[in-house]
Structures are given as structure tokens and as C-alpha cells.
Design a binder for this molecule. Structure first.
Ligand code: SAH
Length: 259
């Protein structure tokens, strides 16, 4: 029997879904396109027979769905995170078309990266802080009068593009990324780095948490754009630790482990 999962390590993550029918519709949309790894962040109503019914022959995807409490947990092991959004945001983020999104996902998959595709709440999409944990955003172009697709439909469009990109074969443009000499840092490592960076910026008096402006958002966008690898994150953390030590004369010069 052929495996239903053509993309091991590529997860569809639904955040705080209200309607279990949409979970079922998303599962079906995924399985039709060869994806089976479904993660539900804090769903309102799950497990649910409505979800299983709506999924038709993708009940296995619904039943195997992993339920987690937070987006951080869902994406912790992902080296590529792409967030879907129906709207323009105040701070622009690197934006992909659905086709480009499909190509990015397949290139990352072929480079053994774990990938998270984030979909938001039916009522109000993804929060800004969730979107800021993504390296890229993807918007499905629509007619001007109504830009918000049903959740299951949005999952369908994106998963369709992932499969199309795989069927189209390897684009040369992804070679450098596939052959990178170090694994890209995962989301958990990058989040630790942002926390360490923020603490250090406060320590040296560059960042005032009472008046943050958009400093951390802009720095997140900067590093997301680069896509740091594991070694680079270690170097940056070591650099920050050295600055931390300078700011604390008299303290131990032993390297400090930051979690
Ligand atoms: N009212 C919400 C839209 C929620 S639609 C808002 O204004 O943000 C539920 C989810 O479906 C979205 O969070 C997103 O994951 C996906 N979605 C809907 N329309 C989309 C579009 N045009 N492009 C990309 N994703 C879309």
C-alpha cells in the first residue's frame, strides 16, 4: 500500500479552531494532497464526531491529530514556519504567493527541515505575535470584496500548492538551501535567542520595555529574513553571553548557560 503521507515532517497547524467541522474539512483537504500531520492548538471542541464526519475518508488524519496548548509547542521543532493571513499587517513581513509557499515547503522538506504551516482562528485569524514567529507569510489572493476564505478552503489551496510543487520537480533556486552545511535553527532555539537578545538589549540600556516601540518586532523580522542556522545561533548566543558578563563586573567569568 502506498503511504498517505508524502511529506513527513510537514505539519498543518490549526490555531484555536472553533468549529470541529473545519478540522474535518482541513484533514480531508490535507489527505487529498498527500499531507497527514495535523496539529491542533487548543481547539474549542475536540475530539468531535463532527470533525470525523466532515473528514470523509480522512478520519485517520483527524484521529491522529496532535493536540497542544500553545503555538510555541506546535512549532518548537520546525525550521521553517509559514503563517497564513487574509489581511495586510501594519509591519510588512516577507510575503509569499501560494505557489511560492508550495515551493518553499518542498525545498525545505527535501533539505530535511521540519515545516509548520500555521492557520488561524475562524473569527480573527492569527494574532500578531503568532505571525511574528513565522519566517514568511502567505496570502491567498481573492476578490476585493471578501478576502477571508473558510479555514478548510484555505488549507486546501495551500496543500494543493505544496503537492503541485512536488509534482513539478526540484527548482534550481532551492539548491543552496538544500545543500546548506548546517541544519537551520528550529523555532525553539530562535525563540531562546530572541529572549536572550531582548534581555541583553535591556541590560545595555538600548531597549526600554516600558517604551518598546517596535524594536523586537523589527529584530525578529531581520533574523527571520536571514534564516539563521544552528551554528550561527550558538555564535550569537555566545556573543550575548560575553556582553552579559561585561555588564556584571565581579561575577563569575564561567560561561553562563541560558535556557
Ligand atoms: N477574520 C479573519 C480571517 C479568518 S479565516 C481575519 O480577518 O484574519 C481563518 C483562517 O483561514 C485564517 O487565519 C487563515 O489561516 C486562513 N485564510 C483565510 N483566508 C485567507 C487568505 N485569503 N489567505 C491566506 N489565508 C487565509
Amino acid at each position: 500500500m502506498t503511504s498517505a503521507n508524502l511529506f513527513p515532517g510537514v505539519k498543518v497547524i490549526l490555531v484555536e479552531t472553533s468549529h470541529p467541522g473545519n478540522i474535518g474539512a482541513s484533514a480531508r483537504a490535507m489527505k487529498n494532497m498527500g499531507l497527514t500531520e495535523l496539529v491542533l492548538v487548543n481547539p474549542l471542541d475536540f475530539p468531535s464526531m463532527k470533525a470525523v464526519f466532515r473528514s470523509a475518508s480522512a478520519g485517520d488524519v483527524v484521529r491522529d491529530a496532535k493536540v497542544v496548548e500553545t503555538v510555541e509547542e506546535a512549532i518548537a521543532d520546525c525550521q521553517l514556519v509559514i503563517g497564513t493571513s487574509a489581511r495586510e499587517r501594519r509591519i510588512p513581513w516577507p510575503l509569499l504567493s501560494p505557489k511560492e509557499c508550495g515551493e518553499k515547503v518542498v525545498t525545505a522538506f527535501e533539505g530535511d527541515q521540519k515545516v509548520g504551516l500555521l492557520f488561524g482562528r475562524e473569527s480573527r485569524g492569527l494574532k500578531n505575535e503568532e505571525l511574528q514567529q513565522c519566517q514568511f507569510h502567505v496570502n491567498i489572493p481573492t476578490g476585493e470584496a471578501y478576502s477571508s476564505l473558510n479555514l478548510g478552503m484555505a488549507v486546501q489551496v495551500i496543500c494543493y500548492e505544496v503537492l503541485q510543487a512536488k509534482l513539478a520537480g526540484r527548482p534550481d533556486s532551492g539548491d543552496a538551501e538544500r545543500d546548506w552545511d548546517r541544519p537551520f535553527a528550529d523555532s525553539a532555539a530562535v525563540e531562546h535567542f530572541y529572549n536572550h537578545l531582548e534581555e541583553t538589549l535591556v541590560q545595555v540600556g538600548f531597549h526600554d520595555p516600558e517604551n518598546p516601540r517596535q524594536l523586537m518586532t523589527r529584530l525578529r523580522r531581520l533574523f527571520n529574513r536571514i534564516r539563521v542556522d544552528q551554528m550561527e545561533v550558538n555564535i550569537l548566543r555566545g556573543f550575548l553571553t560575553a556582553i552579559n558578563r561585561l555588564g556584571k563586573p565581579g561575577e563569575s567569568q564561567e560561561p553562563q548557560e541560558k535556557g
